[in-house]
Design a protein around this ligand. Structure first.
Ligand code: 13P
Length: 291
């Protein structure tokens, strides 16, 4: 993930981090990345594991990323327990998030240090969170939203040197009850103080203009979950409301729903065409092999 975000910093775009829950979603996201020649991040949040067990979906995500012709990072989103984060690292996830944002900053920093030491052992990148993003990934809890304090972001970064920091600037997980109003001044102040790739969670429901403005001000990773689930469910619903019954057609429609949603976001995030040389090298290798 670190190297994907470095590319985004250099060329001023954001890498889409798309939450997945099954094989169709993985395949749709990878196809979208390959067709737009874009790097992406495939991720799953700890709270989703009762539906998609880590030891089953993790290897599937990793296999899809390895096989892809574009660079794809595999990220463990909103890690809460170090034992589960360790499981993700052992499986081969390329980055993990430790979400200790509900704790006072000193405790948050302490936990980040511990998880970073674990991630370092596996050569994996790490994302932390400062301030508290509204809602929760699984929609099961809402401890309220607390805006990130730029000085605390700096403190955490200076102490831990993590690879990415998630901010709370008016963004929230799930569907927004009211139109989100992002605090761009907070983002500007943070990028003035700290040179670390910043992450915008709660991408579903944020308008294209706000995405672009956030990217211009230093957001380098944008998380999209609810919009993926809705897009896949919508295609399944449409197919099932018809006369024909074919499980495999249903599966293709679900894959297509994810594909379309990922392509749409890649275009807004400015990452299309940024997959760099891996795609070109592999195409060349394939061409040589075929020849
Ligand atoms: P949304 O569900 O609002 O897109 O948020 C995704 C997210 O931030 C995952 O960590």
């Amino acid at each position: 993930m670190k190297s994907l975000l470095e590319g985004a910093v250099q060329e001023n775009y954001a890498v889409g981090a798309f939450n997945v829950a099954n094989m169709e979603m993985i395949l749709g996201a990878v196809r979208a990345a390959e067709e737009t020649n874009s790097p992406i991040i495939l991720q799953i949040a700890q709270v989703r594991l009762p539906y998609s067990p880590l030891d089953i979906i993790g290897p599937m995500m990793i296999a899809a990323a390895k096989k892809a012709t574009v660079p794809i990072a595999v990220h463990f989103d909103h890690g809460k327990d170090s034992s589960v984060i360790m499981q993700a690292l052992k499986l081969g996830f390329t980055s993990v998030m430790i979400d200790a944002s509900h704790l006072p900053i000193e405790e948050n920093i302490e936990i980040v240090h511990k998880v970073k030491a674990m991630a370092d052992e596996y050569g994996a990148s790490i994302e932390a969170e400062v301030g508290q993003i509204g809602g929760s990934e699984g929609g099961t809890e809402d401890n309220g939203m607390f805006y990130s304090n730029p000085l605390e972001v700096k403190r955490l970064y200076d102490s831990t040197k993590v690879d990415a920091i998630a901010l709370s600037i008016g963004n929230a997980h799930g569907l927004y009850k009211m139109e989100p109003k992002l605090k761009f001044d907070l983002l500007t102040e943070t990028t003035r103080l700290v040179e670390v790739p910043l992450v915008l969670h709660g991408g579903t429901g944020i308008c294209d203009e706000d995405f672009k403005h956030s990217i211009a001000l230093g957001i380098r990773k944008i998380n999209i979950a609810t919009a993926n689930f809705l897009a896949v469910e919508e295609e399944a619903r449409k197919y099932c409301s018809g006369e024909k019954r074919d499980y495999f057609k249903l599966s293709s429609e679900m894959e297509a729903g994810m594909y379309q949603n990922v392509v749409k976001h890649i275009r807004v995030f400015g990452s299309s065409g940024k997959a760099g040389s891996r795609a070109t090298d592999e195409k060349l290798e394939m061409a040589c092999h075929n020849a």
